[in-house]
Design a protein around this ligand. Structure first.
Ligand SMILES: CC(C)(COP(=O)(O)OP(=O)(O)OC[C@H]1O[C@@H](n2cnc3c(N)ncnc32)[C@H](O)[C@@H]1OP(=O)(O)O)[C@@H](O)C(=O)NCCC(=O)NCCS
Length: 154
């Protein structure tokens, strides 16, 4: 099934948080990123933790926050396996940028592993510059770091 219509993006609830953890492989495949899902983000940064809902459940989500220096940091973004390639990831980013801008964000940032070629291509398509940062996650732990300004129109 191709999921395109009727997707509504709104702040994620605690129930949404538990739902996406239950269905974790539908968003992340073989990778186990459950430990990076922090309920504190949903509880304390609720306006920048968003879920995209359709009649068949949560099709994607983005969890992030705005730092005191005005960076909208995207901690996690994922779309469900049957919702990929439909522009939903782009919509989630736009909704996040809008919410972050309302809290004073002037730039966006995200981080992924250097082997996550899909995420790197996705961020490039969305206009992010990619920087490979040695030791970002500690000695020998190189990461890909994405940067982009928040469009002034947002
Ligand atoms: C990365 C991810 C969020 C993209 O979501 P999506 O809903 O498929 O993205 P969209 O359909 O909005 O695509 C937006 C653009 O990115 C490009 N893109 C998305 N995934 C891509 C991929 N794997 N390879 C190449 N390009 C990709 C699309 O072609 C599109 O480009 P265009 O608008 O210029 O045509 C999704 O694949 C996913 O959830 N992956 C698993 C979780 C993950 O790795 N998250 C990112 C790390 S935090």
């Amino acid at each position: 099934m191709i999921v395109t219509m009727g997707t509504h993006i709104a702040p994620a609830t605690v129930a949404d948080f538990h739902q996406v953890l239950t269905d974790h492989p539908r968003y992340w495949g073989e990778r186990d990123l459950r430990s990076l899902h922090l309920l504190a983000l949903v509880q304390e940064f609720g306006s920048t933790c968003l879920a995209a809902r359709g009649e068949d459940g949560i099709r994607g989500y983005v969890f992030g926050f705005v730092t005191p220096d005005g960076t909208g940091y995207v901690h996690l973004i994922a779309t469900r396996d049957d919702a990929r390639g439909t522009g939903l990831g782009r919509r989630l980013y736009a909704a996040f940028a809008e919410a972050a801008a309302r809290q004073g964000a002037r730039r966006l940032k995200a981080v992924t592993s250097v082997g996550n070629t899909g995420s790197i291509a996705f961020h490039r398509s969305l206009g992010f510059a990619t920087e490979i940062v040695d030791d970002y996650n500690g000695p020998g732990r190189t990461m890909a770091v994405f940067h982009r300004d928040v469009p002034s129109a947002v």
